[in-house]
Design a protein around this ligand. Sequence first.
Ligand code: SAH
Length: 195
Amino acid sequence: DTGSQNERVVTEEEWLQKWETGNIGFHKEEGHPLLKKYLDVLLNGRSGLRIFFPLCGKAVEMKWLADMGHSVVGVEVSEQAVKEFFSEHSLPYCEEPVPEIPGAKMFQSTSGDISLYCCSIYDLSSSIVGKFDGVWDRGALVAVNPRDRQRYASLMISLVEKNSSYLLVTVSYDPNKHKGPPFYVPESEINSLFG
Ligand code: SAH
């Protein structure tokens, strides 16, 4: 029963505030062990992939994958998070407006292999960011407000190539005991969202 979470909304303003106050317990300095464990599934023997990080925060896994020769694109509403990502890895970057999205900025490493869009994920489309061979969805679907899940899943489906791999991390717990995020997304719902 996920009923008690269905109405819960975390606004963009609240996310920005979490970043400002350093309330970012979700950030993993050491990276996520499940990406290491399932890297082969993500890559599936391929090299030079385009990999998407929805709701990316300052996930260190973006640096890992770029260092392996992949091209990484992320989207994050907090400009502070994006800037911290580049500065904490000592990566020089440039910053430019995104013509299709009023107010949005794109931060790109000087080497060109990491591009982070600072805007809401719902502003993106494949005509702006292209399509991806792989997705690392950790702290993303489970951070999306329950009422926006369908929209999020439809967007993600529109952003992936036919032969893509999508790694999704969810969290299993009793949704009546914690209000989220991360929200509890049962497997049955994942099946109905992604088919
Ligand atoms: N995936 C990251 C961060 C998870 S926390 C990690 O593994 O560490 C979720 C992040 O999504 C936060 O940094 C928050 O600022 C961002 N966010 C929330 N709503 C968003 C939206 N609509 N578009 C883009 N980013 C969003």
